[in-house]
Design a protein around this ligand. Structure first.
Ligand code: GDD
Ligand code: MG
Length: 363
């Protein structure tokens, strides 16, 4: 069976970090998200080939993955313009060769059992079966109503607050029969969630299977940090790469993951839930928790980072504070004594000289 991975979205909610890398290459515990997806698919014995539906930053994915990984063949289906979540399925029609296939959103991190999903799909005999998961806030997802036979009777994408049929949502993993292609228009952008699933549900041809385990969509900064923390905790990581130079007085609170050539000065406290990339330099008296620090970042003395993401080669000078879901773009520089709090995004290579205390995008 082939698995089509939708890997072409812009990652708008992770800008500016997604301006220079696709979501699938965001590191989670220092390993790109796509690696977790491919490794999990390689363990499902019926999947032998992955088709990556690429558009935005396609070349960086092709360059990173090449033609095979984890014993899986990798094919690329390149879009000339964005085809949404349904168009790529239609576009891959010939590659699928009239066989049953799997589709998944490329921006999720999960340990769901695909085998059980496939078995359930076979047992029910629908045109498509969607993996479902329980969440507390269904408004950011596709919410479903299930009947007692496991049929999806209603599919509502991004329901308004209080209007979701249930807290069971579309986990973005599907098993599909070739008949699904008859429901997807030939040309252009198609949103499978609003243009295809509701119709299939109306015709009683759509099933849902509640999967258990961990699941996360990394589309928003807090989710991305959550996924990173979850992966660190799952593996109970406290791993250090090659050639670390960590002062003996540094306190490391598990779980944390460090890349190669990381330097940390005296009396710094790192963790919990922190991933530090390769070549990161941290001064003395720094404090970092619940954050992801990309490769090549410099954090000078007495600076602190909490629930934030620091882009590649960004620099925090001395006594800087970065907090609460803020995103620092690649190569940005935050000057001495600046505080950045509450969902602030700083554009790549920007220099910030004054504190920013309200949610804001700094271009
Ligand atoms: N190839 C390609 N082309 N891929 C695309 C395109 C495109 O034009 N647009 C989006 N994608 C990919 C994204 O990269 C992502 O992996 C996936 O399709 C889903 O798009 P998102 O933009 O992340 O959608 P969402 O998270 O708001 O909602 C979807 O996922 C939820 C679960 O994570 C929906 O399917 C919801 O129903 C679902 O609950
Ligand atoms: Mg998503």
């Amino acid at each position: 069976m082939k698995a089509l991975v939708l890997a072409g979205g812009f990652g708008t909610r992770l800008r500016p970090l997604s301006c220079s890398r696709p979501k699938m290459l965001f590191p989670i515990a220092n390993r790109p998200l796509i690696d977790y997806t491919l490794e999990a698919l390689s363990k499902e014995e019926s999947v032998d080939t992955v088709v990556l539906a690429v558009y935005y930053m396609a070349e960086s994915l092709v360059r990173y993955l090449g033609p095979t990984k984890y014993d899986l063949g990798i094919l690329y289906s390149r879009e000339q313009r964005p085809l949404g979540t349904g168009g790529p399925v239609k576009k891959a029609k010939d590659i699928m060769n009239g066989d049953r296939f799997m589709v998944m959103n490329g921006d999720i991190l999960t340990d769901f059992d695909y085998k059980r999903l496939i078995e359930y799909h076979e047992e029910k005999g629908g045109v498509a079966t969607i993996a479902l998961t329980q969440v507390s806030d269904p408004t950011r997802y596709g919410s479903v109503e299930l009947d007692w036979e496991g049929r999806i009777t209603r599919f509502v994408e991004k329901p308004e607050y209080g209007k979701a049929p249930s807290n069971l949502i579309n986990a973005g993993i599907y098993i599909m029969e070739p008949e699904i292609l008859d429901y997807i228009p030939d040309e252009g952008k198609v949103r499978i969630e609003t243009e295809v699933f509701p119709k299939l549900a109306e015709e009683n041809k759509l099933y849902g299977f509640e999967s258990h385990g961990f699941w996360m969509d990394i589309g928003e900064p807090q989710d991305y940090l959550g996924a990173n923390a979850m992966m660190l905790t799952k593996n109970n990581l406290n791993k250090c790469g090659e050639s670390p130079e960590i002062d003996p007085s540094v306190v490391i609170r598990k779980p944390c993951n460090f890349g190669d050539n990381v330097r940390i000065g005296a009396d710094s406290i790192i963790g919990p839930n922190v991933s530090i990339g390769n070549g990161v330099q941290i001064g003395k008296g720094c404090r970092i928790e619940n954050s992801v620090v990309f490769d090549g970042v410099t954090i000078e003395d007495y600076s602190s980072v909490k629930s934030a993401i620091l882009g590649e080669n960004s620099v925090l000078e001395r006594w800087v504070k970065v907090e609460s879901g803020s995103l620092i773009g690649d190569y940005a520089q935050i000057k001495d004594g600046v505080t950045i709090t509450e969902r602030v995004s700083i554009c790549p290579s920007k220099t910030i000289e004054e504190s920013i205390l309200v949610p804001k995008q700094v271009m």
